[in-house]
Design a protein around this ligand. Structure first.
Ligand code: TYM
Length: 321
């Protein structure tokens, strides 16, 4: 079973990225053949400032390594180092349905936020399909927001096979864990860089603490019972804490007498407990950018070797060779 997934280097990793995806990446590398990459071409659809863009891939790679992605177990690479991905993207573009792309939630969501859409934003899922199909991946661990993009990938596979009367691609399945499918941000909506509601994992501790303490809650007085439904603080604690703790919080909220501030402090403690080690490793890795480049270069070499045979079949199927 081959696993593949990617993360956009479009800012600091947040806890939604970790629980929704990267934690599963680390687990899966023990049992599966894994390919994990920095989706830098995708990030260009939103980060369009060269000096800001430079360095973001290195930061994300440091994050991958700090969390325990191991270059001796997984192939770690930068999307733009594999030119075959953009070649495949074009072949797939010619069979991808415009209507399907226009109906994608993430595209519609960006437009609704007032972003003037460029073609890259519309064809974003086709580039994703190329990422996924190019290594014949079976399983794609992601958060729920990517589910529809996986459906586009599957649709593109079927369309390509029908158009060229062939069977060159493996049909991939998403791997989405229910309890972390949508990690909420500090305002209760899905945690997302584009909503500005993230809790970052790396960077100085003080602003992170402040961020957690600023989590939006209702105005129920301390002594009153508090809801657990639609309560981002409770949902976030649930993502971090063992069952015994969440049961205690449920009880405390039901009874009243425990303020939201107390639980926010607990959440910060869990944050440090969960990410303390990775945060230290991240700072160390940042001191050695040459080592990060070496890891990515070696990963790119392995990935390019892997994609060769599939690309030969695709070129042959369309009549390029
Ligand atoms: P990106 O960079 O937005 O996010 C990386 C991963 O984190 C997950 N995630 C979340 N999961 C749960 N709750 C949240 N609040 C949350 N926020 C983010 C995302 O679902 C994702 O799994 N298009 C992808 C990158 C990509 C890709 C691919 C992924 C490019 N090509 C091929 C898989 C396969 C993206 O924007 O992820």
């Amino acid at each position: 079973m081959r696993v593949l997934s990617g993360v956009q280097p479009s800012g600091i990793l947040h806890i939604g990225n970790y629980f929704g995806a990267i934690r599963q990446f680390v687990e899966l590398q023990r049992t599966h053949e894994c390919f994990y990459f920095l989706a830098d071409l995708h990030a260009l659809t939103t980060v369009q400032n060269a000096s800001q863009f430079r360095g973001l891939s290195r930061d994300l790679a440091a994050g991958f390594l700090a969390f325990g992605l191991d270059p001796s177990k997984s192939v770690l690479y930068r999307q733009s180092d594999i030119p075959e991905v953009t070649e495949l993207y074009w072949y797939l573009s010619t069979v991808a349905s415009m209507g399907l792309l226009q109906r994608c939630h993430s595209f519609k969501d960006k437009v609704a936020q007032g972003v003037v859409p460029n073609h890259g934003l519309l064809s974003y899922p086709v580039l994703m399909a190329a990422d996924i199909l190019i290594v014949n991946s079976n399983l794609v661990p992601v958060g729920k927001d990517q589910k529809q993009h996986l459906e586009v990938t599957r649709d593109v596979v079927s369309s390509f096979h029908t158009t060229y009367d062939c069977e060159v691609f493996t049909l991939p399945e998403p791997l989405i864990l229910d309890d972390v499918a949508v990690v909420p941000g500090i305002d209760g909506r899905k945690m997302s860089k584009s909503y500005g509601n993230t809790i970052d994992i790396f960077g100085p501790e003080k602003p992170i603490r402040k961020r957690i303490m600023s989590l939006v809650t209702d105005s129920t007085p301390v002594e009153e019972p508090k809801p657990t439904e639609d309560n981002a603080l409770y949902q976030l604690l649930k993502v971090f804490a063992p069952k015994s703790e969440t049961e205690w919080v449920e009880h405390a909220f039901r009874e009243g007498g425990t303020g939201y501030g107390t639980i926010k402090k607990r959440l910060f403690e869990y944050f440090i407990e969960t990410f303390g080690e990775a945060r230290t490793r991240y700072d160390e890795l940042q001191k050695d950018p040459a080592e990060i480049e070496r890891v990515l270069a070696s990963g790119a070499e392995k990935a390019r070797r892997t994609v060769g045979p599939l690309m030969d079949s695709v070129r042959s199927a369309v009549g390029m060779r």
